[in-house]
Structures are given as C-alpha cells and as structure tokens.
Design a protein around this ligand. Structure first.
Ligand code: ATP
Length: 363
C-alpha cells in the first residue's frame, strides 16, 4: 500500500487584492514533504504574492493557509512569519554584509545552545559545499557562493517548508545551472517541502516534481512537467512551457484538417475556429524521397542553426499541390543535423505533440 502523502503546505482558495488589482484569484495548491512545487508564470501573474502569503509576509485577505495540518492564516488569524518555521530564500541573497558566513547562517538559531548552533551551522554549510568558507564575509564571495550561504541559512533551522523566490535569477547563465542543480540535490536530501517561484519554464521543469502554472492571478494547470508539456490544458500553458508553431484552422467533418494532416478535434463543434500549436520537435524531417503522403509535405530549408544539443531548422512548408501560401515553421531536431539552405525535406508530424484548442482560449 502507498504511504499517505504528508501535506506540509496548503493554500486553499486564496484571493488577494492590491487596491482594485486582483493579484491572486482563487489559488489552491499543496506541497508534500520532500516535494518541489514550482509556481511558474509571466511577470505580474501573482507568484510572489502567493509565496509571500504562504510565508506570512503578506497578510491573508481571503482563503486559508495551512502548515503541517495547522491553519496559520484564515482571514481571522495570521501567524507572523517568525512563528511559521519556514525557510526563505530570495533572489538578492540578503546576507548581512557585516557578519561572516557562519554568523549569517547562525542568525536564525538564537534560541539554541552555542554547541547545538555550531553543529547546525557546520552541517548546513557542509550541505551546500561551503564548509571551508565559514569565516569569509559576503563581499569576498561570488554570487553563486552567496546564494549557497543564503540557502544554508534558510535550511539551518531545519524548517519543514522552504519558500524560494526566483533564487537563481541573479546569477549568470552558467552559474545558475550549477547552483540550481546543487540546490535541487540539497532540497531533496533534507526532504523539505519546497515551493519555488520562477518565470523560467526550463528552470521549473528542471526543479519541479509538480508545476503550478499561473496567469492573471489564476492557477491555469497543476501537474508534473511531463503532464504539462505533453498534455497542456490550454494554449497558454502549451506556449508558456515551450516553443510552438501556431496555425489557425476549424473543425471540419469531426476533425481539424491542417497542411500537415488531420488532427483530432477533441469534441469541439463542427465549424468551430481553433488554434493549433505544434512543438518544433514534433516535425520530423527526412531526406526527400518520392511523393509526400497524407500527413506529410515538403519543406524548403530557409536556415539551419546549431543550438548545441539540438538544431533549429527554419522551414518554408507547402502541402504538395496546395494553393495556400507556404507556412513558416520551426523544427527542432536532436544533435547536429544541419541541412543546406534551399534543401528540400519531407516533413512528418508527430501528432502527440500537436495540440488543438478553441480559438477563444488564445492568449
Ligand atoms: P514578478 O515575477 O514580476 O515579480 P509575480 O508573478 O511574482 O511577478 P506579483 O509580484 O505577485 O507577481 O504581482 C502581482 C501583481 O500585483 C502585479 O500586477 C504587481 O504589479 C502587483 N503588486 C505586487 N505587489 C504590489 C504591492 N505591494 N502594491 C501594489 N501592487 C502590487
């Protein structure tokens, strides 16, 4: 039998306004012990507000916040942040410049005996690989090291929940990848429930067990990265999680005809206008051989760019014998496949990565 999942943080139907502006609109989600949940969405969608409400930094206006099964805020009561036992990490590290690394990490441990505090500081610094820097001052550390210290400081009191707001976005690309990899291992090792705010879908997919996609204060979809990427519930989620080619169409004869073949209409009404989102990796490219069959067509290569792990091919696609102007499509292919400009290729669509939505759900 499966162990019951231990819910550490729960937000229930949380609403929040700044004056007339509704920043959070009916958000419900929970985070279990050992789980990393990312709040993902564009700037201004309410992620930080939701995290601040969970931390107690923003007073709850409507809804409920539970920590370890206990209601900590419900509109009548609001436990202050220092009594919630949450670990907080922000983008700007917020280390005390006049304290060395050890003193920064010890900051939240004042209620402990000196020996226990020392042991906690040492183990937290060891966890983030900074044991050798205990007596350094923040200005002597790189951005990545400072963020590791900030993580150690948040972890030192061993909180059951860690709340992280864009913790890696102050770091340059290279360092960001490294620090978030380390942070993921540390968070998993300590088994804290983690809620992490990010606007970067790649980061969310890298870090998260589950992702909560928000837009305009609302939860658009909550699921594993694979659920969101391969089964997006809306055009917004599909296009926010990754690049897409966008076509317009309408339901005809129970399906959606496209220049790349018929797609399932997903129960939409006959004649309904739809938008079709196709992931660049859904376009399979082959050397041109013979006639195009149903579900394929010919494309002329306009440009091919190596992006490292994959290549991006710009295509001008025309259905054999069709009158319509050619489509501009992007195909992403693994590895070093770099066809020549002007080369003709056969294009086949992997339908599992083509999504049909009613046109009205457009961004
Ligand atoms: P970002 O990634 O840009 O921080 P976000 O998704 O975290 O965005 P929030 O910071 O929660 O979004 O902001 C949600 C909305 O509330 C935005 O329109 C923002 O301008 C507004 N807002 C945030 N804080 C305040 C505040 N203290 N007073 C007034 N409006 C605010």
């Amino acid at each position: 039998m499966n162990q019951p999942i231990k819910e550490v943080l729960a937000l229930k139907d949380v609403h929040h306004w700044y004056g007339d502006l509704q920043a959070v609109d009916g958000l419900s989600l929970s985070v279990a012990a050992g789980e990393v949940v990312c709040l993902l969405g564009p700037s201004g969608c309410g992620k930080t507000t939701a995290l601040r409400i969970a931390a107690g930094l923003e007073r709850l206006q409507q809804g409920e916040v539970r920590l370890n099964g206990k209601v900590v805020a419900d509109g009548t009561r609001d436990l202050p942040p220092e009594d919630r036992n949450v670990g907080l990490v922000f983008q700007d590290y917020a280390l005390f410049p006049h304290l060395d690394v050890a003193a920064n990490v010890a900051f939240g441990l004042s209620r402990m005996s000196a020996s226990e505090r020392k042991e906690r500081v040492e183990s937290a610094l060891a966890l983030v690989g900074m044991a050798g820097q205990a007596s350094a001052y923040p200005h002597q550390l790189s951005g990545g090291q400072q963020q590791r210290v900030a993580l150690a400081r948040a972890l030192a009191p061993r909180p059951p929940i860690m709340l992280l707001d864009e913790p890696f976005s102050g770091l340059d690309t290279r360092l960001r990848g490294q620090v978030r990899d380390e942070a993921l291992h540390v968070l998993k090792e300590v088994g804290a429930a983690t809620l992490l705010v990010t606007h970067d879908p790649e980061e969310a997919m890298f870090m998260a067990d589950r992702i909560a996609v928000m837009n305009g204060g609302r939860l658009m979809q909550l699921g594993t990265p694979a659920e969101l990427y391969f089964h997006p519930a809306s055009a917004f989620v599909a296009s926010f999680l990754g690049d897409t080619n966008r076509l317009e169409g309408e339901v005809s004869g129970g399906s959606v005809p496209t220049p790349l073949g018929e797609l399932e209409a997903g129960g939409l009404e006959e004649g309904a206008p739809v938008e079709i989102l196709i992931r660049p990796e859904a376009l399979q490219l082959m050397a041109e051989q013979g006639e195009a069959d149903e579900g394929s067509g010919f494309a002329e290569v306009q440009a091919a760019r190596l992006l490292g792990r994959s290549s991006l091919i710009h295509l001008s696609f025309a259905k054999a014998g069709a009158q319509e102007p050619p489509l501009h499509l992007h195909a992403r292919v693994p590895g070093r496949f770099l066809p020549q400009e002007g080369e003709r290729l056969k294009v086949q669509l992997d339908r599992s990565q083509a999504f049909v939505f009613p046109a009205s759900t457009a961004r």
